[in-house]
Write a protein that binds this ligand. Structure first.
Ligand SMILES: C[S@@+](CC[C@H](N)C(=O)[O-])C[C@H]1O[C@@H](n2cnc3c(N)ncnc32)[C@H](O)[C@@H]1O
Length: 295
């Protein structure tokens, strides 16, 4: 059984001791069980490889969470495209897409490019690490994402030292890196998020950025949020999901310097940069970008 015992780089404080890790989502291929990567792709309208279980789960999520749950996923993806294009245009040349999800190659409802292609379209020399726990995600990334600067790794984010090793093998950690955590930290406990944050803080160079999106129940009826959360967990065979508030999402980037506009709805993040879904009156994810300041 895999165990972790992370500690703070500053204080040496032990956060968890020998906690056994359950298998992460999709670590072995099983079409009989819905997994977040495939249901998310299906919500984005890119579900042609979704299996019956994934399609059933998506139908149930529409019934349980919101009829516009598809658009929440689509807008999340659009917001990430906007920010990657913006940052590549500002000279960032190294990206780590942690919990990257399946490539869609414009076959989703919004016709969006994959994030690597967005960055490579701005700078063909970009270095890009795509990392996910899901075997099918990793296999499709290897098959479909082509470019000189790309590397794909199957890894559980809860093993932060290994995540940082993978980043260090492919990227120059002495130079700024953009770490993308799109719709993935809500699968990790507070302690697991803290462990990853400590590891990133200890190894990233100044000017590095963390960009994250996260499910929230802010502004929604708490009973509905709990129903949706429980349904998501059940439909995905017990994969836990943690719904966090704006202040809790802010806490995920504590020790980093939050950039404008702070923690906002995805739809309000760099809207001037381009494509987005028409989500005004529906649920939404939260988004924040924060910078690694001097060590
Ligand atoms: C909802 S999808 C988001 C995909 C993409 N980041 C985006 O925002 O468009 C979440 C992804 O995180 C991955 N994931 C979930 N838990 C993980 C873990 N513990 N380690 C690595 N990847 C994980 C899933 O396999 C899935 O591909």
């Amino acid at each position: 059984m895999v165990t972790i015992s992370p500690s703070s780089p500053e204080t040496g404080e032990i956060l968890m001791t020998d906690t056994p890790l359950t298998p992460p989502p999709g670590d072995s291929f099983n079409p009989a069980k819905a997994v977040p990567a495939r249901t998310y792709a299906a919500l984005r309208g890119a579900g042609k490889e979704a299996f019956a279980r994934d399609r059933e789960a998506v139908d149930e999520l529409r019934r349980t969470i919101h009829e516009k749950v598809d658009e929440v996923a689509q807008e999340n993806a659009a917001a990430l495209v906007r920010v990657v294009r913006h940052l590549a245009g500002r000279g960032y040349t190294q990206f780590a897409d942690l919990g990257c999800g399946k490539p869609v190659q414009g076959m989703d409802a919004l016709g969006l490019p994959d994030l690597y292609d967005v960055a490579a379209g701005v700078n063909p020399d970009v270095r890009w690490l795509a990392l996910d726990s899901d075997q099918l995600v990793v296999t499709t990334c290897r098959a479909l994402l082509r470019g000189p600067g790309i590397s794909v790794v199957q890894q559980d984010l809860r093993q932060s030292a290994k995540v940082l090793d993978a980043m260090g093998s492919h990227l120059w950690l002495s130079k700024p890196v953009v770490v993308i955590l799109g719709a993935v930290l809500h699968f990790l406990t507070d302690e697991e998020c803290t462990d990853l944050r400590f590891a990133l803080r200890a190894r990233l160079a100044p000017r590095s950025l963390v960009v994250l999106t996260h499910v929230t129940g802010d502004g929604l009826d708490p009973a509905n949020v709990e129903r949706g959360r429980a349904a998501y967990e059940k439909l995905h065979g017990g994969v836990p999901i943690y719904v966090r508030s704006e202040s809790q999402v802010m806490g995920l980037v504590r020790d980093f310097s939050v950039r404008d506009p702070g923690v906002v709805r995805t739809i309000d993040f760099m809207p001037e940069e381009g494509e987005r879904a028409p989500l005004r009156d529906a649920p939404h994810f939260l988004m924040v970008m924060a910078e690694r300041k001097d060590k």
